[in-house]
Ligand binder design. Structure first.
Ligand code: GAL
Length: 435
């Protein structure tokens, strides 16, 4: 259930990226760096448990920190919107790979048709991130207590951020950052408990957070760059076969949005009676308060072999039909977003200047407001009240009619009015500004 207390959205049936999410028991939903397994019409979401307990924060080095392994969680949902807590499917052990002070990240689960086992792979590490192994756990039921089998370096390679992919023919693949040149794609053994061979290397030094999905006849591999918990512009590769050849990489969000301030985690197709929506799942980490890390779920558009993820404050997903739609925000109030004060020298005036302020008006949907009448007063070296109407950028520039030598002044917005929207000064970022 993704729309929540604290959010300004009314409907609880929608997906709201970037706010805290709660499960169906109203507890904070904690499933980071995770993945989805679909069984029947139920989606199971596995991920890392993270909370705000300072005792769970481990120093790494140079100011970096991480969250110690407490548990891998499992939630379930039919509609991909309301999530029910199932179980902490793997929990901290007294010692060893899953012991206190250890790092366990990006758990993924696939079902093995031959053995009837659910197989979980995860990134296993020390608190210094110098262990770089992949760990395996199994369970005969999807949401039961998984048994940890151990960790290894696949074919002797270091293994950082990872994911699993199960192809239509039942073949399983492990994709993992090899610490050096890119993402290694390994074919798993028939029982999925080990790797068989290296299918290919998708070359891109530093590529992390791999997520693979298939649409039509094309395989897509999404990755991030490496910048710890800080987001960067993520990218994707395409290929018509897993062994390659893989394309060069392209971004799927607009430049410098840093993937809408998030890091790729997984892509889940929601195949319905009418169409398929590909849900881009990402984490907006909060390394100062891991329990306040947010999920960014957005519709991923596949057009030919081009991927795009646009931002929606709120959107709906119908898991039955496979359709999605944006929820349009209807503005009702306006407020002052910013005031910038300056002066304008008056030519041939022996150092006199006008006072000038730029005021920007936004509505409560976060859009700039055209045609708002802004009235404000200059005090100090000036004493003038002026009114102007915002332009296409939601901006007014108010310039005094009198000059002053090296003026110092305060400007306050007295009122903002608009034909249909009401002024809410409580929403103002600032009301007065001094120069
Ligand atoms: C990220 C990685 C996360 C976590 C983090 C630690 O790059 O994707 O899973 O390992 O670094 O700083």
């Amino acid at each position: 259930m993704l729309a929540l207390s604290g959010s300004s959205y009314a409907s609880p049936e929608t997906i709201v990226p970037g706010v805290l999410w709660y499960d169906t028991s109203s507890n904070v939903l904690s499933s980071h760096g995770g993945g989805i397994l679909k069984e029947g019409n139920t989606y199971y979401w596995f991920g890392e448990y993270m909370d705000s307990d300072p005792n769970n924060v481990l120093p790494v080095y140079e100011g970096h920190v991480t969250h110690q392994f407490v548990a891998n969680t499992c939630y379930s949902s039919i509609d991909f919107v309301h999530w029910t807590f199932e179980n902490n499917v793997l929990t901290q052990q007294a010692s060893g790979d899953l012991g206190p002070g250890r790092v366990v990240e990006r758990p993924k689960v696939i079902y093995n048709d031959l053995t009837g086992q659910y197989v979980m792979y995860m990134h296993i590490d020390s608190s210094m991130y110098d262990d770089n192994r992949v760990g395996v756990a199994t369970c005969p039921t999807v949401n039961g207590n998984y048994t940890y089998l151990g960790g290894f370096w696949p074919l002797g390679n270091r293994s950082g951020d990872m994911t699993l992919f199960k192809d239509d023919d039942g073949k399983g693949y492990l994709l993992s950052n090899n610490g050096l040149s890119g993402i290694n794609i390994y074919e798993l053994t028939d029982d999925y408990l080990d790797v068989n061979s290296l299918a290919t290397l998708v070359r891109k030094p530093g590529a992390e957070a791999p997520a693979m999905f298939k649409a039509g006849g094309t395989y897509y591999l999404l990755c991030s760059d490496s910048s710890w918990w800080t987001p960067n512009d993520n990218f994707y590769f395409t290929a018509t076969s897993i062994t390659g050849r893989w394309s060069t990489s392209k971004d799927f969000t607009p430049d410098s949005t840093n993937t809408w301030a998030s890091q790729t985690t997984y892509v889940q197709p929601i195949q319905g009676s009418v169409s398929t929506t590909y849900v881009f799942m990402a984490d907006r980490w909060n390394e100062w308060d891991f329990g306040n890390s947010m999920y960014i779920f957005l519709p991923l558009i596949v057009d030919g072999t081009t991927l795009t993820v646009d931002w929606y404050d709120e959107w709906t997903l119908d898991a039955e039909t496979g359709e999605w739609a944006p929820v349009e925000c209807t503005a009702s109030t306006i407020h002052v977003e910013s005031i910038v004060c300056s002066t304008v020298p008056i030519p041939r005036s022996q150092g006199m200047s006008y006072g000038e302020v730029t005021v920007t008006i936004y509505d409560d949907c976060g859009d700039r407001v055209v045609g708002a009448e802004v009235t404000g007063t200059f005090t100090g070296d000036f004493n003038e009240t002026l009114t102007e109407t915002t332009d296409d950028s939601g901006v007014v520039v108010l310039t005094t009619t009198t000059g002053f030598k090296q003026p110092s002044y305060t400007f306050c917005v007295d009122n903002v009015s608009h034909a249909t929207l009401s002024y809410d000064p409580n929403d103002n970022t600032e009301t007065c500004e001094s120069y």
